[in-house]
Write a protein that binds this ligand. Structure first.
Ligand code: GAL
Length: 335
């Protein structure tokens, strides 16, 4: 009897400790749910990008946790072998000021590229804020670059610039099958650029194409000989019907844009951020990585990750449902 009371007490204490330390990671992807990391805290990697180095995936994104402190802009890095269970590797960039951008400067959509030649990790981010003397807004329209010797930082800020002298707001990253690295950026007056990085990745070297469409949240994948580009319309934090086009070459010509889901669903409340290609022993799956923004409680913004139906020039995002992934075989199973 004594022992069973003791055991009950232990179970209660364990349950209390678990709830005090946070949530437990699930064993399936649950789009739109809270997504706990190894510490039981909701993952803070909004507007993010995922890279695959060796046998590990790294997810970088905007860390908008409430406890970051006012005025801080933070980028967090998470590591995973299966794309589902993520270990927080820390805040790899954390600062309350950059150059002379003023107090209301903006850091969004960080993406990290690994340069195998220089062995450096190079972070691109959307840097914005008002012009000096102005009161706020997205006027600077620049990219920032930071660099690190190790994947989990600390990243040293190097510079900011307008890629190829164009305005640049939302950015996306794409690494082609041959390892070439590209930055996708939204240039408000002109459209949507896909541009190649320089050999050391420290600058944007060459425009592959300018798609004359006003799209952001740019994401790309190369799948069975065709490039598929996805983007969202310009409606700020509000969801809209995201669209896609295809081309045989990055420089086009690109097909006309079509909806990735029934337009009235507004991409199930999400906005595109990236497409992850998982090539396994049995098949290749492409995962749509989207943000479900909660602009008034940004730390609670959610993620919509779903395997896409893709092939023969068609791409569609299915209705969100629980699903699982085997990164070895590449098989994604929707429950
Ligand atoms: C979205 C963009 C986000 C953020 C937001 C601000 O269109 O994708 O990254 O910049 O606007 O309103």
């Amino acid at each position: 009897m004594k022992w069973s009371i003791c055991a009950q007490g232990f179970a209660l204490a364990a349950a209390f400790l678990l709830s005090a330390s946070g949530m437990r990671a699930a064993d399936t992807f649950k789009p739109g749910d809270l997504w706990p990391d190894d510490q039981g805290k909701h993952i803070q990697a909004h507007g993010g990008g995922v890279i695959h180095v060796g046998d590990t995936y790294y997810w970088f994104g905007e860390d908008r946790a409430q406890e970051n402190g006012r005025g801080m802009r933070c980028v967090s890095c998470y590591a995973s072998k299966d794309l589902l269970h993520w270990t927080h590797r820390g805040q790899v960039l954390k600062t309350d000021h950059l150059e002379d951008f003023g107090r209301s400067w903006i850091l969004e959509r960080p993406k990290v590229f690994y340069n195998a030649k220089t062995k450096k990790y190079v972070m691109y981010m959307h840097i914005d804020g008002p012009f000096p003397g102005h009161r706020g807004g997205y006027e600077l329209a620049r990219v920032g670059v930071a660099i690190s010797d190790t994947v989990d930082g600390n990243y040293q800020y190097l510079k900011s610039f307008r890629p190829l002298d164009h305005e640049s707001r939302d950015i996306g990253q794409f690494i082609d099958d041959d390892g070439t690295a590209y930055l996708i950026f939204e240039d408000r007056p002109n459209g949507f650029h896909i541009a190649k990085l320089s050999d050391d990745y420290l600058t944007v070297e060459k425009d592959m194409c300018l798609i004359p469409e006003h799209l952001e949240g740019g994401a790309l994948v190369h799948y069975h000989g065709l490039y598929y580009v996805v983007g969202s319309h310009l409606t700020g934090w509000g969801a809209n019907p995201n669209v896609y086009a295809t081309a045989k070459s990055l420089s086009g010509p690109w097909s006309e844009f079509k909806d990735i889901a029934p337009p009235e669903k507004k991409t199930y409340g999400s906005q595109s951020s990236m497409l992850i290609k998982v090539t396994g022993t049995q098949t290749t799956s492409v995962i749509y990585v989207g943000d479900i923004w909660r602009p008034r409680t940004q730390w609670d913004s959610r993620y919509l990750w779903m395997p896409l139906q893709i092939g023969d020039g068609k791409l569609s995002l299915p209705e969100p449902a629980e699903w699982s992934l085997d990164v070895q075989t590449g098989v994604a199973t929707v429950k």
